[in-house]
Design a protein around this ligand. Structure first.
Ligand SMILES: [Zn+2]
Length: 256
């Protein structure tokens, strides 16, 4: 995140909120020494880290405890997605071309470890990806990818329709997109909550998604099914990985 963007956000939040944010960040100071002496209870399936406690994630509004992998930075959603992705790729016999949007380190490690995968990463930040591009105007030919991973990207866009159409265009027939977005707590009974502007206290999200997320993916031409983490992670795995409450939306492009 750029320094200018951070300063602009803090100006909008006010001094008290900024002071609280930095005070809460101090709570992570004891986690690293703790992991040196206390037996491991938790594990990151992205990078293999084991330890007594994940780091807290200190957001602008709240602190999520025992949440961030100290080694690869994975969050709860990445750890479940990594398990799902690894199984999905293991079941695949042929090589696959993958587009990883706004790549997360933990998920990139899963892809890099699979010799059947050739992966292109894309984001607006040029230093971290192989192709710098806007997801709403992808510089790839039609039907270029077997798999597209788009995790917590759409909520940062003023409109998600153009990005989903680009994902559908770039997928090969029979290809799949793995889409994850931040959901309302009661998302199954509510439509998406549009804020009308990026919310500085919510990591600049434009919306929180509701039950219509599958319809939005379907409107781009992809058949959509939702897969809850709890359907493929055991209770023991959910505890060990500190992951389990999320859902992956799989958008499948019809085969020819
Ligand atoms: Zn990790």
């Amino acid at each position: 995140m750029g320094l200018h963007r951070e300063i602009r956000r803090f100006r909008k939040m006010g001094g008290a909120a900024v002071a609280g944010y930095y005070l809460r960040r101090l709570g992570n100071a004891w986690v690293r020494p703790l992991n040196l002496v206390v037996p491991a209870r938790f594990e990151c399936p992205c990078c293999g880290w084991c330890g007594a406690r994940f780091l807290n994630h200190v957001g602008y509004q709240e602190t999520l405890r025992n949440y961030v992998c100290p080694r690869c930075g994975s969050h709860a959603r990445h750890r479940g997605l990594a398990v799902f992705l690894r199984r999905m790729l293991a079941a695949r016999e042929r090589p696959a071309t993958v587009l990883h949007c706004a790549p997360e380190r933990g998920i990139a490690a899963v892809l890099a470890a699979n010799p059947k995968i050739s992966c292109i990463t894309v984001d607006m930040a040029p230093h971290t990806v192989s192709v710098r591009a806007d997801i709403c105007a992808l510089p790839f030919q039609e039907a270029a990818f077997d798999l597209i991973i788009c995790c917590h990207v759409l909520e940062h866009l003023p409109a998600d329709g153009p990005a989903l159409k680009e994902i559908a265009r770039a997928l090969k027939p029979g290809g799949q997109a793995l889409v994850m977005v931040p959901m309302l707590h009661d998302w199954e009974s509510r439509p998406t909550l549009e804020f009308g502007a990026a919310q500085p206290r919510m990591d600049d999200h434009w919306r929180l998604y509701g039950h219509d997320v599958a319809g939005r993916i379907a409107a781009a031409g992809l058949a959509c099914t939702g897969v809850r983490f709890s359907s493929f992670l055991t209770a023991a795995q959910q505890e060990t990985y500190q992951s389990g409450g999320d859902i992956i939306f799989i958008g499948s492009k019809p085969a020819l």
